[in-house]
Design a protein around this ligand. Sequence first.
Ligand code: THU
Length: 155
Amino acid sequence: MEHQLTLHYRTYENWRETLAIPKRIAEQLEALLISAYAPYSRYPVSSIVVMESGTMIVGTNQENAAFPSGLCAERVAVLAAKAAHPDEAIQTVYIMTGESEREPAAPCGSCRQVLHETELRQKRPFELILLNKTNKALGFTGTQGLLPFSFTLPK
Ligand code: THU
């Protein structure tokens, strides 16, 4: 038997102009890029997690000379958010790369796993917004579509 999965997502042709992406968040994401620690890849990434209460937690990629020991921006932000607010749901996760050449970069597989399990914990989807320095942005309601057949332990 054959099956088909459908992925729903939004594109923003000019995120600087859309009300869906608040200006103050976009400005903060851009400002954060310079505080990324990315001496090896020279590829800065910033992330902002907005909790249901409106509290914001920031993250940037934090690399390490022992390469696998570094962490992506969104994992820094999401894990810090859940450490500080374990019982509060995440409303939106924003991720911005410093790129200006191509479409916004999408999270790596390990981050998708963490984003998805975080969503399962809170039993409700959050918004995921991907931006870069072009005008384009991508929006997803929920992370399931980005990680079909995700791994979970048996109950
Ligand atoms: N990176 C992130 O922080 N988030 C992403 O969504 C994609 C990749 C980081 C990992 C590494 O520090 C650098 O970007 C280049 O691989």
